[in-house]
Design a protein around this ligand. Structure first.
Ligand SMILES: Cc1cc2nc3c(=O)[nH]c(=O)nc-3n(C[C@H](O)[C@H](O)[C@H](O)COP(=O)(O)O)c2cc1C
Length: 188
């Protein structure tokens, strides 16, 4: 079975992006969407890396990346860019640099996001592109999904109530799964 690892870049209990990720896991077909978390990942500190190595939460998420066939980043947008907590997590995952190839290299990746604003994380999604290029990932550009006015698309429990977004998400995941299946990440 094709396994995609979804990572949400928000720590908030009521996160719209976490709700979007859960919805993606509900609509995905012919693949499993597992949920990875950035919770517990400390601020990157080179001194910590030198003295005590890679934190357990980072090592665990790296292992789940390596075991996946592809990765779905579900990104909030802060100040027209990538939220620091999310970028910080990916920065930790890229350590040591000698592991970048096995964790990120040629791994299929797609980016989606949700925001209460009118542009639905378009700038945060674009801001991920140079990061993905630097890490040698293989982005899927066959679809875009920016859930704008996202607070109106989910109910109080975080369940997706908007039929148009459900259709769009289903199509998006269908396209990404096909991309992953055509050439999954090479086993490491
Ligand atoms: C520091 C900060 C900056 C933000 N900047 C933006 C922004 O540039 N664009 C945007 O659409 N929303 C912005 N927002 C609103 C977030 O999109 C909103 O809080 C969203 O719910 C965060 O994602 P989450 O629900 O998954 O936690 C910002 C929120 C915070 C806390």
């Amino acid at each position: 079975m094709t396994t995609i690892l979804g990572i949400c870049g928000s720590l908030r209990g009521g996160s719209l992006n976490a709700a979007l990720l859960r919805s993606a896991a509900q609509v995905i077909e012919d693949a499993t969407l597992e949920t990875g978390s950035i919770r517990g990942i400390p601020l990157y500190d080179g001194d910590v890396e030198t003295s005590t190595g890679i934190p357990q939460a980072v090592a665990d998420l790296k292992a789940r990346m390596v075991a996946s066939d592809g990765v779905l980043l579900v990104t909030p947008e802060y100040n027209n860019g990538i939220p620091g907590v999310f970028k910080n997590a990916i920065d930790w995952l890229s350590r040591p640099a000698s592991d970048i190839r096995s964790v990120f290299g040629d791994r299929p990746v797609a980016v989606i996001g949700a925001s209460p604003g009118g542009f639905g994380t378009i700038l945060a999604q674009d801001a991920w592109l140079p990061v993905l290029r630097t890490l040698g990932m293989r982005p899927w550009f066959g679809g875009r999904l920016m859930a704008s006015r996202a607070h109106t698309l989910f109910d109080a429990s975080g369940d997706l109530t908007d039929a148009a977004l459900r259709r769009q998400l289903t199509e998006f995941m269908r396209g990404f799964v096909a991309f992953v299946k055509a050439r999954p990440a090479a086993p490491r």
